[in-house]
Design a protein around this ligand. Structure first.
Ligand code: HEM
Length: 455
């Protein structure tokens, strides 16, 4: 499998013509890109092959397809990291086969549930910083951008809980830098402008590469920052132990840096989008917001939650799960077929790029009653048991499933409970908020909010 990885390893950038993101932009730049994809899937069935000059993209939208690609025949489908290497370097999320397994094994213990209790005070401390900031916003009455707010919270949680460091960088600046790079539409429009000769000197592409230079320097900044508590068991310690292991020459210094970059993006962007979209949904559904407050009051009265109480915040957790159904941060999982296969009677050829559109299964009336409705109770255990397998894939599935899924749900449960007991965030943007389908499912133009303090 390692050879196949090398054979197909893409070298082009996010906005280059060969990039899958570039190919999909006519679809993704539509007013409502997800509706377009759903209409395509309805019209042509769950498997939609798109034949291009020298390769094929196959769009898949059924749970059975996800099972085939991610689980039953997973070894035949390798990761595709077109243009995202500057974000992720050579971290484990980008590689396959034996090397992936070797890289994942020293990191896995940091995500074992018995570690979460040790992370708990650091998650709470990051939420405290956010609450102090929101108290200021409540007094000035200014409009804030929620994704930026939740991104900074998630980044601080990663730095404190997993790396035992204060967050040493300006998260708003870094957030802007990363967005400059991951906004695929920017890349494409820049490239087109260049082709038509309009663009001469400073291009946004140069900005994007500068942005990635800054991004690349962040892990060293984090390592050099104030150590919080000199804990013995942190993710950073595990990465450094792998680096020091003479039997593991692949795990060099650059590997440590790249794994950190991976966590600072994969553990931040997705968690942040989920929290921001959940606050948007709660702003539309004040009855659900009141239920979160009531649940928090029933579980811990007026004091802060204790670690042992987190599991009792079941409704809050269901709100987060329902948010990830309606707005899956990773709305498409992309793989390259290493060898031939067949999916629902359609031949898949070696080299085809397959795109599992998780968004479509999440919104399909075949698998969900009234799929567009916000109904957290559908995640209540007795109803969840009846769910069709692989119809809900916010964290993917199979051996390459998200390493941080459980942790992210604790982070967001605590954030919702703490923030909503002190503040009412009011969404002040257009309704419904529009989607901007970049590498992640973002709100178009952001999610503007005003923060009101509870008396
Ligand atoms: C709501 C929050 C999150 C969502 C929706 C999410 C989603 C995902 C998905 C869909 C994948 C698989 C991608 C693919 O197969 O192409 C993934 C992988 C991964 N995620 Fe998450 N994630 C979240 C939070 C986190 C957190 C908190 C961390 C760590 C702090 C994290 C770290 C990773 C890593 C390292 C991988 C790669 C795993 C591997 O390849 O072995 N994620 N995530």
């Amino acid at each position: 499998m390692a050879d196949m990885t090398a054979a197909y390893a893409p070298s082009h950038g996010l906005g280059e013509e060969q990039s899958i993101w570039f190919k999909l932009t006519p679809l993704l730049s539509q007013e409502n890109p997800m509706q377009v994809l759903m209409a395509l899937s309805d019209k042509y069935g769950g498997v939609v092959p798109i034949n291009l000059k020298n390769h094929r993209i196959v769009l898949l939208s059924e749970p059975a397809h996800a099972q085939r690609v991610l689980v039953d025949n997973a070894d035949n489908y390798i990761k595709y990291f077109d243009g995202l290497r500057p974000i992720f370097g050579k971290s484990m999320i980008t590689v396959d086969g034996a090397l992936w397994q070797k890289l994942r094994s020293p990191q896995q213990p940091a995500f074992h549930p018995h570690m979460f209790e040790a992370y708990f005070p650091y998650l709470m401390s990051a939420i405290d910083s956010k609450m102090a900031r929101w108290a200021e916003f409540a007094s000035t009455g200014e409009t804030i951008e929620m994704v930026e707010e939740t991104w900074t919270l998630a980044a601080e949680m990663v730095c404190k809980a997993l790396f035992d460091r204060e967050m040493p960088f300006n998260p708003h600046f870094v957030f802007g830098q990363v967005k400059t790079y991951t906004d695929v539409m920017n890349h494409k429009s820049i490239r087109l402008k260049k082709v038509s000769g309009e663009l001469t000197e400073i291009s946004e592409e140069e900005d994007a590469s500068k942005a990635m230079e800054i991004w690349g320097s962040i892990p060293d900044t984090v390592i050099g920052a104030n150590v919080l508590d000199h804990r013995e068991r942190t993710l950073l310690k595990m990465l450094e132990a792998a680096e020091a292991d003479p039997n593991f020459p692949e795990f060099d210094r650059q590997q440590v840096i790249d794994e950190m970059k991976q966590y600072l993006w994969a553990g931040t962007e997705t968690t942040a989008l989920t929290l921001a979209w959940s606050l948007y949904l709660l702003s539309m559904h004040p009855e659900a917001l009141e239920r979160i407050r009531a649940e928090a009051h029933a579980v811990c009265g007026t004091r802060d939650p204790q670690w042992q109480e987190v599991q009792q915040l079941g409704y809050t957790r269901m709100v987060i799960q329902e948010t990830m159904r309606l707005f899956p941060p990773i709305w498409a999982l992309i793989r390259i077929a290493a060898g031939d296969d067949e999916i629902e009677g359609h031949k898949i050829k070696a080299g085809d790029k397959v795109v599992i559109l998780t968004y479509i299964a999440h919104h399909s009336p075949k698998y969900w009653d009234n799929p567009e409705a916000f109904d957290p109770e559908r995640f209540a255990p007795e109803r969840a048991k009846k769910r069709v397998k692989y119809s809900y894939l916010p964290f993917a599935a199979g051996k390459r499933a998200c390493i941080g899924g459980a942790l992210s749900q604790i982070e967001n449960t605590l954030a919702l409970v703490q923030l909503l007991r002190r503040f009412t965030p009011e969404y002040v943007g257009p309704v419904p908020a529009k989607i901007h389908a970049t590498v992640t499912l973002c709100p178009k133009g952001g999610l503007p909010f005003k923060i009101k303090a509870l008396s």
